[in-house]
Design a protein around this ligand. Structure first.
Ligand SMILES: Cc1cc2nc3c(=O)[nH]c(=O)nc-3n(C[C@H](O)[C@H](O)[C@H](O)COP(=O)(O)OP(=O)(O)OC[C@H]3O[C@@H](n4cnc5c(N)ncnc54)[C@H](O)[C@@H]3O)c2cc1C
Length: 435
């Protein structure tokens, strides 16, 4: 019998991750309560997600997890197992293009994709031009801002080409994805308490025993999972875990801007999503004639850390001009929009931009945090991965000494959880949202 059967579990956070973990644990028989301060599922940072699905990451585990994630989206109805009133999200396959730039990210990721059997193509400059004729293939390295005269200078050379992932794309509605998982979790027996804020984590003899809520009540639990997104470090502090992990997490403000998409040269082939480390941005089409544009954290862009994610300023700042002009330089036909549209959100950024999916030094207290703007795509498999982890640790595994390896149910790929351990070294990351 599962070590989790009938175990009382509290999950802090009903975003994409909390709902996914709730689904998995409830299906294992646990008595799951999800507590979220918001009004419904996915109303936190998930709601602002660009929801891009791509597979090139700096680590084998990151790549394997993302490829596993794709298969959850492909088989979403089978995973959700109920017919949600709001409908199911869809996966739109556009392909994903990662420009070969001087960050070396494409060169670093390609052998991993090849090793794991993730389909990819290596385009040279002519291929890039042929496939994306609207793109200026000039090299502008290094990324600069508008107060740097190099921003307006001619290209210094040509891009070497691109790493193309034909199965890349995006998910139609990130908040609805969380709502779908909420409905699946409820069908499996989970309870959700929205509008409830966790204000304390209760423990006895080095083991968690529950959480305290703002109304003064307590919910007892044998297992508590921190899936509080950008509030993750605040929740870890409540659990007395500050300073106990090598990897920290912090809220980071992000702007995503909307610009007009170029005309697709072939109406049957959508504009692919793009990662442009040469200029410092990414975009993906939205299916309504626009591109969603975000940053890939080039060195010249200041990072807007927040002490408290609730202090988020939702007005666009100078980044709007920088990002939209970067896109206009790369795709001259789109020009610069007159109206400022888009969204402002918060990443739960970890020190090395790789998430932490792990146990903690407080027995029974687990974390699915530090998702760093790059884990939406893994919303399906993270539930399974956390379920396997919790089951194994509660069953006696010393995960710190012998990290669990989870095999992806769809791909058969091994996902070594050592990559996501709280006490890992930070050596293997791109140190940006690219993971
Ligand atoms: C602007 C932006 C763009 C992104 N783009 C991509 C992308 O293209 N591709 C990709 O793969 N990933 C992307 N991501 C990342 C991805 O969206 C996130 O990793 C994911 O949605 C995080 O989900 P979560 O459940 O961990 O966090 P959240 O959705 O933030 O959920 C956490 C929940 O915890 C609740 N909570 C917090 N504190 C408490 C408390 N004390 N008591 C009770 N409840 C509490 C909050 O109300 C919230 O609902 C992006 C993220 C952002 C912000």
């Amino acid at each position: 019998m599962s070590a989790l059967a009938t175990a009382p579990v509290v999950i802090i956070g009903g975003g994409l991750m909390g709902c996914s973990i709730a689904t998995d644990l409830a299906r294992r028989g646990a008595a799951v309560t999800v507590v979220d301060r918001g009004p419904g599922p996915g109303t936190g940072s998930t709601a602002a997600s660009s929801a891009i699905v791509r597979f090139h990451y700096s680590t084998d585990a990151g790549t394997a997890l993302a490829y596993e994630g794709l298969h959850y989206w492909r088989h979403w109805a089978d995973h959700i197992r109920v017919e949600p009133a709001g409908g199911l999200v869809g996966l739109v396959t556009t392909g994903m293009v990662g420009l070969i730039d001087r960050t070396g990210h494409a060169e670093r990721c390609r052998p991993i994709l090849d090793r794991l059997g993730v389909p990819n193509e290596w385009w040279d400059t002519d291929d890039l031009r042929a496939n994306m004729p609207y793109l200026d293939v000039g090299e502008f390295w290094p990324p600069t801002r508008l107060d740097d005269e190099r921003f307006f200078a001619e290209a210094t050379g040509q891009l070497g080409g691109a790493l193309y992932e034909p199965e890349g794309g995006y998910v139609t509605d990130p908040q609805l994805a969380a709502a779908n998982l909420h409905d699946a979790a409820v069908a499996a027996g989970a309870t959700f308490r929205f509008g409830s804020t966790v204000t304390g984590v209760v423990a006895a003899s080095d083991r968690v025993t529950g959480v305290q809520l703002a109304d003064g009540s307590t919910i007892g639990a044998a297992i508590v999972v921190n899936a509080a997104g950008p509030h993750s470090s605040a929740i870890n502090r409540l659990a007395g875990l500050a300073g106990t992990m090598a990897i920290g997490t912090r809220p980071l403000r992000q702007e995503v801007h909307l610009v007009a998409a170029p005309e697709a040269p072939d109406p049957d082939r959508p504009i692919p999503a793009l990662g442009d480390g040469d200029s410092g941005f990414y975009y993906r089409p939205d299916g309504h004639g626009n591109l969603l544009v975000g940053s890939v954290e080039p060195d010249c862009d200041p990072l807007e850390w927040l002490d408290d994610p609730d202090d988020l300023d939702i007005a666009f700042g100078p980044q709007w001009d920088v990002q939209t002009l970067r896109v206009a330089r790369r795709i001259p036909s789109v020009g610069v929009p007159h109206d400022r549209r888009g969204t402002v959100g918060v990443y739960d950024a970890s020190d090395d931009w790789i998430p932490v999916y792990d146990r903690t030094d407080l027995d029974g207290f687990y974390v699915a945090i530090g998702t760093s703007g790059n884990q939406f795509k893994n919303g399906g498999p993270v539930g399974h991965l956390m379920g396997e982890l919790i089951e194994a640790v509660e069953g006696g595994l010393d995960h710190d000494a012998e990290p669990l390896v989870v095999t992806g149910p769809h791909t058969g790929l091994d996902i070594d959880l050592a990559t996501f351990a709280r006490n890992r070294s930070t050596a293997s990351s791109s140190m940006s949202v690219r993971g």
